[in-house]
Design a binder for this molecule. Sequence first.
Ligand code: HEC
Ligand code: HEC
Length: 494
Amino acid sequence: MLLAASTQRTIGLVILAIVFIGGLVYIYFNIRSARDELGSEIELAANRRQYMDDAELETKRLDLALGTSLVLLTITAVTLPLYWLGEPGRHEGRDVDTSRIFTNRGEEIYVEGAQCVACHGSEGSGGAVSTAITTEDGGFLAQVSWKAPALNTLLSRFTENEVIHTLNFGRNGVMPAWGGGGGGPLTDQQLDEIVYYIRSIQIDEDQINSEVDIGIRQGVETKLRAESDADWATELRAVNDAKDATAWDVTLASRATFGFDCTEQTTDSRCVADNDASQALLAAETVHADALESAVTSWLADVDAVRQSAWEAALAADSSLDNEGNEDAWRFAALELLSTAGAIDGQELYLEYGEILFTNTAAAGTYNCARCHTYGWSFDATGPYSLELQGTDEPILEKYTQGGGFFGPNLRGGTTLEQFESAASHVDFITKGQTMGATYGRGGSGGNGQMPGFGPNTDSSPVGPTIASGDEFSYPGLLTDEQIDAIVAFERNL
Ligand code: HEC
Ligand code: HEC
C-alpha cells in the first residue's frame, strides 16, 4: 500500500513538473514565433452583421478569451496532478474509515444486535449457554450448561471464510444460525462486520501460550487431586467430600422447604455445618497450596523426562538423526516411539498428558479437541447425574466416551492410524487443519474446513471491502509442536 502510494505520488510530481516546464517552454516559443498581422476582410457580405473591428477584437476581446483560457488551463494543469497527489491518502483514509465503521458495527452486533456476548463472553473470552439435552425422540433429559468457546483466538484456527460458514449455519443446534444461508436474521454484510470485530479482538502469542499453560496445569491439578496418594491429596479429598456432604444437606433442605436459605437461617444446624465445612476446605486449600503447585510442576517434569528418553532412544536407533537440519526427522522418529505402546518407559504418563491437552479447559475449551470429538464434554457429562430426588438412581447423562465422535468424527479404535499412515502426517493435519473442500489423509473427504488448524495460520483471502487483492493476515498458533505431538500420540492410542 505504502509503496504503491509513494510511487503514485512520485509520478504525480513528475507530471506536474513536466506540465509546468512544458507550459513555460510553450509560452516562450509562442512569443518568439509571433508574426505581424498580414491583413483582414475588406468588405462585409450583405447577410452579415458588422462584427467588432480588429482593434476591438485583438485587444479587449482576444485578451479576455485568452486570459480566461489561460486561467482555466492553469487551474486544470495544477489541480489535476494535485488531486492525483491526494488520491492515495484519500484511499487510505477511506480504508481506515470503512474498517473502523465495520469494526464498530460488528461490535454492536456482537454486544447488542445478536448478543453473541451472552454466550461467548466479553471480547470473545469464552462462556456458556444453558440448554436442554433431549432424548433421541425429543424428550427432556436434563438442563445443562454448554460451553461456548472463546473467539479471541478464532482466526488462529479458521480462515475468515470458514468463520462465515459457521456464522451462516450455526453449530450443533446450540449455536444459532445467523446468516441468510442458514435461515438466520443477519445479512452478508453484517457477517463481514462481525468478522472485522473478531479481527480486532484477537489476542497475541504470549497470551495464548499462557492460557494454554494455565489450562494444562489445571488439568494436571484436577487429575492429581483425584488420583494422587500423597498426604496432601488424601486430606484435600476428605475435606472436600465433607464439604460436598453438608452442601447436599442444604440443597435437600432448601428443596424440601420452599424458601430455606442459609443466609437467613444462620443458626440451623445444617447451615452451621455447611459453613464450618467451607471454612475447613478453605483452610486446607491454603495449607496445601504449595504442595499442590509443586506436585503439578514435578508431574510435568516427569512427562518431559519421558519425551527426552524417546528422543534419546530414537537417536540410539539411528545416529544419522543428529544431523543439522534434521530436527523434524528426529522429532517424528521420537514421536513414532511415543505413539507405540510399550516402546518407551513411561509412555502411559505421556498419553495422560496428551489427554489433558485434548480436554484443556482453558477459555471454554477453545484450545482443545474434546469439544468437537467427544459428545458430552461441552456440558460436563462426567458421570451419572442422578434423579435421587425423584426416587431413582438411574443415570440420566452417561459419562462421555473420550474421542468417541460428535461434530468431528470418532477417533477411537485405531481410526487415526488408518487415516494417517505416519505420526508425521497426523501431526501435519492437526497443525494445518482441514482446508475447505480439500481432501486429507487416506480417505478424508473435503468438508467445510471445520476441523481447525492448531499451528500458525495465514489467511490469504480475508473478507470485506477494505481488503485489497494480495492482502493477508497472519495469526500465531494455538499449540506448540511439542503439545501437538502429545495429542497425536494420545489419539493414535485411543
Ligand atoms: C445461545 C448462545 C450463543 C450465541 C448467542 C452465539 N453463539 Fe456462537 N456458539 C455457541 C456455542 C455453544 C458454540 C459451540 C458449539 C459446539 O460446542 O458445538 C458456538 C460456536 C461458535 C463458533 C465456532 C467456534 C469454534 O472455534 O468452533 C463461532 C465462530 C461462533 N460461535 C460465533 C458466534 C457469533 C459471532 C455470535 C453472534 C453473532 C454467536 N456465536 C452467538 C453459542 C452461542
Ligand atoms: C471445531 C470443531 C473441532 C475441533 C475443536 C477439533 N476438531 Fe478434529 N475434526 C473436526 C471435523 C469437523 C473433522 C472432519 C473434517 C472433514 O471431514 O473435513 C475433524 C477431523 C479430525 C481428524 C481426522 C479424523 C478422521 O478419521 O478423518 C483428526 C485426527 C482430528 N480431527 C483431530 C483433532 C485434534 C487432535 C483436535 C484438537 C487439537 C481437534 N481435532 C479439534 C472438528 C474439530
